[in-house]
Design a protein around this ligand. Sequence first.
Ligand SMILES: Cc1ncc(COP(=O)(O)O)c(C=O)c1O
Length: 373
Amino acid sequence: MEQSVKPASSLPLNPHIAALPPYNAGMNISMARALSGRNDVARLASNENPDGCSPAVMAALASSSFEPWRYADPACTALRAALGEKLAIDPGMIVAGNGSEEMIAAISRAVLVPGASVVTTVPSFGLHEIEPLAAGADVVKIAMTPEMGFDLAALEAAIAVGPRIVFISSPWNPVGPGLDHAGLRRLIGAVRPGTLLVLDEAYFEFADPGAPDGIEVLRNSSIDHVVLRTFSKAYGLAGLRVGYAVCSGFELARVIAAAKTPFNVNAAAQVAAIAALADESWMKASAGRVRAERVRTAAALKGLGFRVAQSQTNFLFFDCKGDSSSVAAGLLKQGIIVKAWRETGYEHYLRATIGLPADNDRLITALQGLAGR
Ligand SMILES: Cc1ncc(COP(=O)(O)O)c(C=O)c1O
């Protein structure tokens, strides 16, 4: 049958949104199975927790405290109270989000106007660029050093110019290192009134003991700031979508909360996050296993001759010595999904999540085969 060709629409679209670069979300499991012809896919692309989540979460979801037929509390009162107690922060300074990614969007909506400037890093967590662009802001990206670390001098200089927001993830997605105490203090010292520092600590729980705790460090500073944390990584709740923003003041928290959707955190996510928080020992044991596997896997990749960035996270970022999409396609044929980095200038880097020991062994063996070619 002949298809009728629709005339191009003359509907004016928001130009900031229409021009957005796509978010590199990684491959879903069914497509990976179809492309690899294998069922036993090792999912090393999305920085999920290979251990799953605490059994206390599953029990809470099966209990009468989870009522799917009710609208969940739009203010996440019980979750924010539990977080406030754990962190010794007034719950009025905490905003819960549908994943911390919603908080990145809400902060951008709350603070940015078209033409405002934002500083972040490159390579970057995609949304630190996409959400400011969606708000019409201009984004300045500070490149990693040749040693695959934060370029503190360049970041200090860019922050001192006075952007409206600075988005820094530490530990850094996708590269891996975290700011040390001195580095974090330097960046805080560069922030002037009128700039909001957003320290995204999605991978905080995987950092080595002694790494700075952004909430603690920033609590004693006078700068406007938000620290982002999530239940998606170390707590293993990526599929439920819950994260939070710890803000430096009540008014900032109020306006960020006003920029989110009203019923943003669903009932299952609220019940699960409260149960996960009450079982910190599960999370800590899991993060410890991930740290040990990170050290082992990094050493193996270095042994194969790859340049691997220092990591305080649940993933490794390394120069795969070729086009990352081709190398990722080679790994996929063997049933392993990793993330090929596609930002300009970084197309020869791969990011691989730390999985269960058997998955990490598969990755090492597959890369050994590719390296030997
Ligand atoms: C640095 C960083 N921030 C925020 C997020 C968003 O996490 P979520 O929305 O699952 O809380 C991620 C997810 O990968 C991340 O890597």
